[in-house]
Design a protein around this ligand. Structure first.
Ligand code: F6P
Length: 746
């Protein structure tokens, strides 16, 4: 708009300047030309009368002289004729000679001269011709009226203005018409280019209709596409806004439905009031910020004691409770079903099967039956929630291995992205599962199957190769099984950035002081921390043993090092979990007895659910954090600890068997099975100079900031968009092929 105004103003100035300069110039040209015409006529008039005048002057015949002058004055532009003698006295003159004219007003020279003279309203050309008649020398004076010349000049000026305005008007009209036509064509071709780039094409514009700035425009389009949507671009700051932008640009109008077993908000009844709880779950920590950013529907198990009281007739409730952004659709599961589906097949079968934590998986036929029933129930719930035939369904975790295939039958056009939050074992281990083919078949109903690491993707592909009649394309990470096609991709999960747990956190020194005060610790005591669900895969026992060994081999640290273990109770119905809890409690008691006394306990075991703000306060109070998982898909606790340390201090000990160790390489990477190495790492952490701590923490924080959970979701959604685009192209092509061709009859 500014540009149009600027150019419009410039054009106006130029046109005004032309109109101001050209007409006066043309008028003066015409005037000059007319005046020289008058001069010529004057000379002609004088010459034709010269003989008569000379004769009559010599004869001093004044009457006839005046008569000749009168005759000459009949010329319409010749006003008067006179004769000035040698003394400069007007001797003879025709009648029209102005009364106030004197010979002094004419230039009387030896040659003919011409000058202009204004007499009252008259503007005159005064021509003076020297003449020598015997005894009467002097000058013949001709006065021409220049009114006609002036009139011609004025007319010329007027007509030039009229012509110029007309020309400018016509040129402007033509230019407007031409630019409207041109702009229409350009807009059309640019639109096509934008669409092409949006669909992943090159944005090339046909040369014949390409606007002159097409190349630059194309370049900009490509650049825009790359910078705004390339998930590997180092300069992309993934945030809720980026994710929303991605959805609008790449998946306009798409409907997003998430399915998981664990719900993000649990309503529990406590005495006469209802409390909301957020569960200790990496999955929830990752998905919740995405749903807050993008909206949609989250289908999950209503597990709280007051969950039914809170939902509407459709079993839905808008959450988060304080600022609703998406719909939580609760699915109800009976106790018997929960025992078989969740505790049984999912957590006694698949969980230990996929984690190499040396807990034997248990497979029961009745659990499998419940697993199928509950998966089918979720498939129905998703189908009933879908408002479009082609939603994007994000299926979460090992609880729903059969769901993708079931959904594919109900919603053939859905884009199903399944993320497996736990490791995938090698084919030998997975082969233990009695329903391995059904589980893999169920998963291959997905459009995309995601794991945390490439290693787990490879294990999955190996398993398919071993047990299924499917074609695996390792280069493209693509599996064709019957009519279904699935991409297998690594998507390293992460946390939101900035992390929600940092909201309202006090400075590190204050957090440390508060925790010390609460736990009765002096300033000299260094704090170690471990926070997770009370799960045998987390290596809690190995960690406590390592602390025990450290205090044994380094007695100088007694009373100077405390290890706080926060463990949120989980799956407590299961024998493996209750056994772990009992073992860890007993071990902590033993260690405290061995290395502590009544005034100081080196292990503080806190078995309860902690809210995010409490967890972050503990992280900020700690000198070191131990994540010693025996096997873990990713482990978000490690990333949360890093995110909590905006002071850049604190040391992370991280298991080499957690997916996070692939990204957080500046942690002290440990093998939790190697007690000696664990002891060495604890000592190294406690003695690590601050400068080194800051250097390591800075690098890790940058990784967590860049590769946050919005990037994780963004990568999956970009792949979903890519798939939808390909599917659309295939549909268009097959539609073209099946079009009936015109047949020639006869
Ligand atoms: O991170 C793996 C995971 O199984 C998640 O899928 C789950 O939300 C979390 O651990 C906690 O488990 P649960 O939901 O059984 O308490």
């Amino acid at each position: 708009m500014k540009l149009v105004l600027r150019y419009g103003l410039a054009a106006l100035l130029i046109v005004t300047a032309i109109i101001l300069v050209v007409p006066p110039f043309a008028a003066s040209l015409i005037e000059q030309w007319s005046r020289s015409d008058v001069e010529s006529r004057s000379v002609l008039a004088f010459n034709s009368a010269l003989d008569d005048i000379t004769t009559l002057l010599a004869a001093h015949d004044s009457r006839k002289i005046v008569a000749v002058f009168e005759r000459m004055s009949l010329d319409e532009e010749l006003l008067a004729v006179g004769f000035c003698d040698q003394q400069g006295v007007l001797r003879y003159a025709s009648r029209q000679m102005p009364k106030d004219f004197t010979c002094k007003q004419a230039r009387l020279g030896k040659t003919p001269t011409f000058s202009t003279l204004r007499l009252g309203r008259l503007r005159l050309l005064v021509s003076s011709f020297p003449l020598a008649a015997s005894g009467q020398n002097g000058h013949v004076i001709l006065l021409h009226d220049l009114a006609l010349v002036e009139q011609r000049g004025a007319e010329t000026r007027l007509w030039t203005v009229i012509v110029l305005v007309g020309v400018v008007f016509l040129a402007a009209a033509f230019a407007v018409l031409a630019s409207v036509l041109l702009a229409r064509r350009w807009v059309h071709s640019l639109r096509r280019a934008i669409n092409d780039v949006r669909l992943g094409g090159s944005g090339v514009i046909d040369g014949s209709e390409a606007p002159p700035f097409a190349r630059e425009f194309r370049h900009l389009l490509r650049e825009l596409q790359l910078t705004s949507l390339s998930v590997d671009g180092p300069d992309i700051d993934w945030s809720p806004a980026t994710l929303r932008q991605l959805l609008t640009q790449k998946l306009p109008g798409a409907e997003v439905i998430v399915v998981s077993n664990r719900e993000p908000y649990i309503h529990n009844r406590e005495a006469d009031h209802i409390v909301v709880q957020t569960p200790a779950s990496g999955l929830v920590a990752a998905i919740e910020p995405i749903m807050r950013a993008c909206g949609g529907t989250w289908v999950a198990h209503g597990s709280g004691s007051a969950d039914r009281e809170m939902v509407d007739r459709c079993d839905c409730i808008r959450v988060p409770p304080d600022s609703p952004a998406y719909v939580l659709r609760r699915v109800w599961v009976s106790e018997e079903e929960q025992n078989g589906f969740y505790y049984g097949l999912a957590n006694e079968g698949l969980w230990p099967l996929c984690h190499m934590a040396f807990v034997r998986p248990i497979f029961r036929e009745r659990d499998w039956e419940q697993y199928k029933v509950v998966n089918e129930r979720y498939a129905q719930a998703v189908a009933s929630e879908a408002k479009r035939p082609d939603p994007i369904v994000l299926v979460q975790d090992y609880h729903f291995a059969l769901l993708p295939r079931m959904l594919r039958k109900k919603l053939p056009n859905a884009t199903i992205v399944t993320f497996w939050h736990i490791p995938w074992p090698n084919p030998e281990i997975f082969g233990i599962c009695p329903w391995k083919e059904e589980i893999i078949d169920g998963l291959l109903g997905s459009s995309v199957i995601g794991f945390h690491t490439q290693f787990h993707c490879n294990n999955f592909l190996d398993t398919i190769d071993r047990f299924m009649q499917a074609r695996t394309d390792r280069e493209q990470s693509f599996v064709t099984f019957g009519s279904s096609e699935s991409y297998i991709r690594p998507y390293p999960i992460s946390i939101e950035w900035p992390p929600a747990g940092m909201k309202d956190q006090k400075p590190v020194a204050d957090c440390r002081a508060a925790v010390r005060r609460r736990l009765g610790l002096t300033r000299e005591v260094k704090i170690g921390i471990g926070i997770e669900r009370f799960d045998y895969t987390k290596g809690i026992i190995d960690r406590l043993r390592a602390v025990d060994a450290f205090l044994t081999s380094h007695p100088e640290w007694r009373n100077r090092f405390v290890f706080i273990q926060v463990a949120a109770p989980t799956r407590t119905k299961l024998a493996a979990y209750s056994a772990l809890q009992a073992e860890a409690t007993e071990l902590a008691r033993e260690i405290n007895a061995r290395h502590g006394d009544t005034s100081f306990q080196p292990i503080l075991l806190m078995v309860r659910h902690h809210e995010l703000n409490e967890i972050f306060e503990l992280f900020r109070a700690a000198d070191l954090c131990i994540v010693s998982s025996l096997h873990d898909g990713m482990n978000l606790v490690a990333k949360e600890f890093v995110a909590a340390r905006d002071d850049h201090e604190g040391v992370l000990l991280l298991s080499t068997f957690a997916g996070a160790s692939r990204e957080l390489t500046e942690a002290l990477i440990v093998n939790p099975y190697d007690a000696h190495a664990m002891v060495t790492a604890i000592e190294q952490a406690l003695l690590m100079p601050m400068a080194e701590q800051r250097e390591r923490m800075r690098l890790m924080r940058e990784i967590v900031r860049q590769r946050n959970v919005y990037r994780w979701a963004g990568q999956m959604l970009l792949d979903a968009a890519d798939l939808r685009k390909r599917k659309r192209i295939i549909q268009i092509m097959s539609h073209q092929e099946t079009k009936p061709s015109v047949e020639l009859v006869g």
